[in-house]
Design a protein around this ligand. Structure first.
Ligand SMILES: Nc1ncnc2c1ncn2[C@@H]1O[C@H](C[S@+](CC[C@H]([NH3+])C(=O)[O-])CC(=O)[O-])[C@@H](O)[C@H]1O
Ligand SMILES: O=C(O)C(=O)Cc1ccccc1
Length: 247
């Protein structure tokens, strides 16, 4: 497989029938461009991960990155912390993503302990971890599978450990939601996507990316055991939360 990176033009031609979005090889090839132009605050969330880890991670602890895609979360940590600071385990269902992430780590941070496995994050036996990142991944799991995964992650976290959960969200207030979604589409337009690309991608993501409200996320975090969680970042309908396991 080529390791070239392309501009996202996946929905740039009119389609008779828009297929459901999937993380196939075409998406992998343009993924860095797609996520940067499609997720408001993506770079800022990544930039903060290293600072959060610097403050909260026990030296040498394991870090899980669930749905790691091309390993951007791992690279952010490796850029902020020395090689002996953590053991990184990235998991992704897509073999093409995982392979590219491995190549990137070998080239960019060869001294750090970076492991990438192809796995369904719902089926993994988690070992104990100091930090777990779910950056724009939970939204792709069927809603009925979300509680069980979060409960297992809570169990896997060490006392004092943190979960960082970044998601596309929906607002329960119809008007607030409409305003955020409209400005999100403006954001995509300003980043070079056409109305047709925006509308076809929206169709492709129906029933694939199912967002929760921030309230539903915090209620779930509380339900599975987290004594404290907060939203530390929000940009339109995208947000990042942090949940703390008591030390
Ligand atoms: N059940 C599953 N098990 C494992 N992986 C899965 C599953 N379902 C989906 N994925 C994987 O979750 C990732 C979601 S992208 C995460 C961005 C990354 N965190 C980043 O910081 O760049 C978000 C986005 O594209 O909006 C994809 O790589 C899927 O293969
Ligand atoms: O592009 C969108 O509409 C999104 O919601 C973000 C996104 C980014 C990358 C893959 C899938 C969804």
């Amino acid at each position: 497989m080529s390791d070239a990176s392309y501009r996202d033009a996946i929905f740039s031609t009119p389609l008779d029938r828009v297929a459901q979005f999937s993380f196939d090889e075409t998406v992998v090839a343009c993924f860095p461009d797609m996520i940067r132009r499609s997720v408001p605050g993506y770079g800022q969330v990544l930039g903060m991960l290293g600072l959060i880890a610097s403050r909260h991670l026990r030296h040498g602890a394991r870090v899980y990155d669930l749905g790691c895609s091309l390993g951007a979360g791992g690279l952010a940590l490796a850029g902020a912390l020395p090689p002996d600071a953590f053991d990184y385990v990235g998991l992704d269902l897509s073999p093409a993503m995982a392979e590219r992430a491995r190549q990137t780590f070998a080239a960019e941070c060869p001294a750090h302990a970076m492991q990438v496995d192809v796995a369904d994050i719902r089926e993994v036996e988690y070992a104990s971890a100091g930090m777990i990142m779910l950056n724009f991944t939970l939204q792709f799991l069927p809603p009925e599978d979300r509680d069980a995964l979060l409960a297992r992650l809570y169990q896997a976290l060490e006392p004092g450990g943190v979960l960082v959960l970044s998601e596309k969200t929906v607002d329960a207030d119809e008007y607030d939601n409409a305003w955020r979604v409209e400005r999100y589409h403006d954001f995509k337009r300003a980043n070079g996507y056409s109305d047709m690309e925006i509308s076809q991608k929206r169709t492709a993501l129906e029933n694939v990316l199912v967002p929760d409200t921030l309230e539903a996320h915090h209620a779930r975090l509380a339900r599975v055991g987290f004594a404290r969680s907060m939203t530390w970042f929000q940009y339109l309908n995208f947000a990042s939360m942090i949940a703390f396991k008591e030390g």
